[in-house]
Write a protein that binds this ligand. Sequence first.
Ligand SMILES: NC(=O)c1ccc[n+]([C@@H]2O[C@H](COP(=O)([O-])OP(=O)(O)OC[C@H]3O[C@@H](n4cnc5c(N)ncnc54)[C@H](OP(=O)(O)O)[C@@H]3O)[C@@H](O)[C@H]2O)c1
Length: 257
Amino acid sequence: MTQEASQNPSGRVAVVTGASSGLGRHFALTLAKAGYDVVAAARRTERLKDLAQEIEALGRRCEAVGIDVTEVASVTEGLENAWRRMGRFDVLVNNAGIALSAKALDHSDDDWNQVIDTNLTGAWHCAQAFARKLAETGAGGCIVNVASILGLRVAGQVAAYAVSKAAVIQMTKALALELAQQNIRVNALAPGYIETDLNRGFLQSDAGERMRRKIPMKRFGRPEDLDAGLLFLAGEGAGYVTGSVLTIDGGHVLPLP
Ligand SMILES: NC(=O)c1ccc[n+]([C@@H]2O[C@H](COP(=O)([O-])OP(=O)(O)OC[C@H]3O[C@@H](n4cnc5c(N)ncnc54)[C@H](OP(=O)(O)O)[C@@H]3O)[C@@H](O)[C@H]2O)c1
């Protein structure tokens, strides 16, 4: 990393998966506002084009890349194309994810596989492809995996999701251990509940309202509640932070039920 890039995100490139909606879209804009150029990845590329225009209006570069994280060839090819256009990667925000709700005994194999393939194996594909590019050039960088408080505690009817996020936390630590040698830091964000397409139906239901009342801070999160944590983990101030899990949840995981 050049001296200039180490002091200022300007000229650094952040790859954000799941950038077509919700938190990923917000993360891409937050990083662009902080000075990063952005590779915005997801399957719905028409949505990424709007995001790219917004980021370019902020004076930053944005490459929209169609990637299905469950397909290793799609990830490798997408990141390879993005690398050719951007010339460097500094940060990966491993954010693409899905949630399916079903009682444990009603979870079909298809549901289970879809959640694990996207949230865990998909994140693994992206981390591997990103870290291989960095290792090729000898440049350092960092990965921020988007886990969840459901990787730390469990709730009813989201077994596959909770298992996938617990595994993402363990993957974070395993990669942090091995990639330190390549000067790649790997950390996880564990957000509480933040209203997006992923959970809008539940958060607006009576059960969601009952959950809100149990959060010590008595509110769900907002995407901007994650900004400082994301920028900290991605930035040089966290230069000695690796293998950590940063919980941002208004105290949601603290009380006994
Ligand atoms: N919202 C919360 O309360 C909350 C809390 C904790 C953690 N999280 C985590 O935050 C992340 C983002 O969730 P969100 O709430 O922003 O949900 P969202 O609005 O539904 O966004 C999910 C994103 O993931 C992408 N995605 C899904 N499957 C993909 C695939 N196979 N390949 C590539 N991209 C894929 C989607 O893009 P395409 O469909 O266009 O591909 C979309 O951009 C997830 O990992 C989620 O588990 C969310």
